[in-house]
Design a binder for this molecule. Structure first.
Ligand SMILES: CC(C)(COP(=O)(O)OP(=O)(O)OC[C@H]1O[C@@H](n2cnc3c(N)ncnc32)[C@H](O)[C@@H]1OP(=O)(O)O)[C@@H](O)C(=O)NCCC(=O)NCCS
Length: 271
């Protein structure tokens, strides 16, 4: 339990340059308080103490300005920087190491989808590991934001987001940026911006392509060697009896009365 709490606090310190100590985070970070309350409310929710869960979540909203439905499933080291105005719906799912800034909504899309008959159905988004969502962004509907994707401030996202990409605008579209390479996309960058601390995506892309070309060249060389050996074997299997037959036939056809080999026999020997 204590380990889990320090893990959450360390996750916040790693992502907020303004955080200086564990004690400071424990005492003054609404994100940390909201998560403790949410974990307790979610525990109650899962055990069918629905009203108690809602009441606890309501107290949490009062204390922190962050509204998280107790049904939402949230992974480890979740961090909401500043916090105020964040709303997370009942069927939202959030992976590990996800970061939200203030005024973000993970919501449903239309009254029809939110109708009573649909209660319990997936209506809210899924944010995979390492996603960063800028302030004011609205992510709406049962869509999936892929691992390591970044959502720009004030974007409205209504469709799936490819892992490692950045989306901006209304409706959100992929920005004209090099995608964060998915294997490195889970590295956090403050405010989602690719400053000097992030690897240059183009350089990394070239490096990865170089390694791939080298691996493919090696594979081609191996295949060529194998193919060469097999074709040598085949040539020997087919050609050896042929040479023998042609040699015999030639010898008989060209046999000179005095037993001196003819021209065809000599050619057969050469082959
Ligand atoms: C989207 C974002 C992650 C991109 O950051 P980046 O990789 O450093 O990209 P850049 O700032 O170089 O911007 C690249 C392009 O996207 C555009 N862009 C960036 N953010 C945008 C946004 N939120 N909405 C619309 N367009 C945006 C830029 O104008 C630029 O366009 P151009 O290529 O036509 O000139 C970042 O701008 C962002 O919105 N981060 C969230 C910040 C935040 O919420 N801060 C709150 C802290 S309290």
């Amino acid at each position: 339990m204590f380990e889990r709490l320090t893990d959450e606090i360390d996750g916040i310190i790693a992502r907020d340059p303004a955080a200086h100590s564990r004690l400071e985070v424990a005492l003054t970070y609404p994100s940390f308080h909201a998560m403790i309350i949410h974990r307790a409310a979610h525990w109650l929710w899962d055990r069918q103490f629905r009203l108690s869960a809602r009441w606890l979540a309501y107290l949490g909203r009062f204390a922190t300005g962050i509204e998280i439905h107790p049904g939402a499933r949230i992974g480890r080291r979740f961090f909401i920087d500043h916090g105020l105005g964040v709303v997370i719906g009942e069927t939202a799912e959030i992976g590990d190491d996800v970061t939200l800034y203030h005024d973000v909504t993970l919501g449903g899309v239309s009254p029809a989808v939110n109708a009573r008959a649909q209660v319990g159905q997936k209506r809210h988004p899924t944010l995979c590991d390492g996603v960063i969502v800028g302030s004011g962004a609205q992510i709406l509907g049962p869509i999936v934001v892929g691992a390591g994707a970044r959502v720009g401030a004030n974007a409205v996202v209504v469709a799936d987001v490819v892992p490692g990409t950045t989306v901006v605008g209304i409706p959100a579209k992929a920005a004209g940026l090099s995608p964060r390479l998915v294997d490195r996309a889970l590295d956090f960058c403050a405010y989602g911006t690719l400053d000097g601390s992030m690897p240059d995506p183009t350089a990394v892309l070239i490096e990865n392509l170089g390694a791939r070309v080298q691996a493919l060249s090696q594979r081609i060389a191996e295949l060529e060697t194998r193919l060469g050996a097999e074709s040598d074997d085949r040539t020997n299997v087919v050609a050896a009896p042929l040479r023998r037959d042609r040699g015999e036939a030639g010898r008989q056809a060209n046999q000179q009365p005095d037993g001196v080999p003819g021209r065809a026999d000599a050619a057969g020997e050469r082959n």
